[in-house]
Each structure stands twice: as structure tokens, then as C-alpha cells.
Write a protein that binds this ligand. Structure first.
Ligand SMILES: C[S@@+](CC[C@H](N)C(=O)[O-])C[C@H]1O[C@@H](n2cnc3c(N)ncnc32)[C@H](O)[C@@H]1O
Length: 193
């Protein structure tokens, strides 16, 4: 999906500012006509709103109330409609989706040393960095429509643990990547086996 420069995206304090990972993931997302899309961890809502603008039915969830309020405001400003929920991964998410998108927090606790608590929250994926992604991959199968897929962003800093967990449940294909200094960001398309 292409970035729409005319879209107005504001970032509330404490909500993740869209960055290279956001744009890489957005560029890799593909969906078929009429498909149902879920964005997990929507932050400002930028990816979910691009999907809505492209005509898809979109649900978006985030564990942070500030992020959900931020996405709600950005939806209103752009006159777009998305269904929003505050949810720890799939706890409050009902339904099945053809496409599920997630740019997860992926830094390890060690890599986030020196950041404030507010800065850490959208960035830290757990002690080793992969824990939230692994929980997501374990919970997602109940919400994937037959033939559906996941687009998941990883960083070389914590990718090993994510792919290890994905192996038994999904077939994985790297569909985009971008190097940022020492880190390699990748987008994986995952299909249930
Ligand atoms: C790296 S940010 C990505 C934000 C946005 N999707 C983007 O690409 O700009 C990760 C997001 O995941 C959310 N998040 C963290 N843990 C979560 C969880 N357990 N359930 C749902 N969302 C979570 C964070 O609040 C944050 O908004």
C-alpha cells in the first residue's frame, strides 16, 4: 500500500511516532477486494487509516488508551471510519480477518536502557525483545480467515525468537526489508500451515 502524503496524522504524547518500520510495513501490505483487515498495535492509526482509505473494512487495536484515542482523532480528521478497541493483543478482539498487520514492540529490555518509561512502552517487546510477537503469533490463528495472512515486522535484533516460534504454525516469506544502520528491518508474510 502506498503512503498517502495528503493524510493528516497527528501523534499524541506517549504514542509511537510513525517511523521507517511503519512505512516499510505499510509498503508491504497487500489485500484483496472486500477483505477484512485487523491492525494490531495501531499507534496513531496511520496504517489502519491507509487501509480504510483504500476501501477496506478495518479494525484496529492497541493496548494503549492514548494510542486508541489518537487513532480515533486521526480517523475523524481524515473522515475515515475504523473500528477501534483497547486490547492486550486479541483479548478484546472478536471476529476473523483476511489480513492481520502488526508492527510490534521489538526492542529488548537491554536495548532500551536509558529511555524513559513512556518511551519504552511502545518499543520494548520483552526481556529478549520477541515476547510480544511470540504471544501474538500464538493467539492469531483463531482470528485468521481461511486463506488469510499476517504481515509482521521484525528487527534483526530480535528476529530469531520470532521466527523460531512461527515455524511450527506458519509458513513464512520475507516480503520487504530495510537496513537502518546496524539493524535490518523485515516484513514477513505468514500463512497458517
Ligand atoms: C512500534 S509501535 C507501532 C505503532 C504503529 N502501528 C506504527 O507502525 O506506527 C507498537 C504498538 O504496539 C502497541 N502494543 C504494545 N503491546 C501491545 C499489546 N500487548 N497489545 C496490543 N498492542 C500493543 C503499542 O502501544 C504501540 O502502539
Amino acid at each position: 500500500m502506498k503512503l498517502d502524503p495528503s493524510m493528516k496524522i497527528e501523534t499524541f504524547p506517549g504514542v509511537y511516532t510513525p517511523a521507517e518500520d511503519t512505512l516499510l510495513l505499510l509498503s508491504a501490505v497487500k489485500a484483496g477486494k472486500g477483505q477484512r483487515i485487523l491492525e494490531m498495535g495501531c499507534g496513531t492509526g496511520i496504517i489502519a487509516l491507509h487501509c480504510a482509505k483504500a476501501g477496506y473494512r478495518v479494525k484496529a487495536a492497541d493496548i494503549s488508551l492514548d494510542a486508541v484515542e489518537n487513532a480515533r482523532q486521526n480517523a475523524a480528521v481524515n473522515a475515515l471510519d475504523i473500528d477501534l478497541a483497547v486490547s492486550d493483543l486479541f483479548v478484546k478482539v472478536r471476529g476473523i480477518f483476511d489480513v492481520i498487520i502488526f508492527n510490534p514492540p521489538y526492542l529488548s529490555s537491554q536495548d532500551s536502557e536509558g529511555l524513559s518509561e513512556a518511551e519504552r512502552r511502545p518499543l520494548v517487546g520483552g526481556e529478549a525483545g520477541h515476547e510480544i510477537s511470540v504471544r501474538f503469533l500464538e493467539q492469531a490463528p483463531k482470528h485468521i480467515a481461511p486463506g488469510g495472512r499476517i504481515y509482521l515486522l521484525t528487527s534483526s535484533e530480535s528476529e530469531g525468537g520470532v521466527l523460531e516460534a512461527a515455524r511450527s504454525l506458519y509458513s513464512a516469506r520475507r516480503v520487504a526489508e530495510r537496513r537502518i544502520f546496524f539493524e535490518l528491518l523485515a516484513v514477513w508474510e505468514l500463512l497458517l500451515k
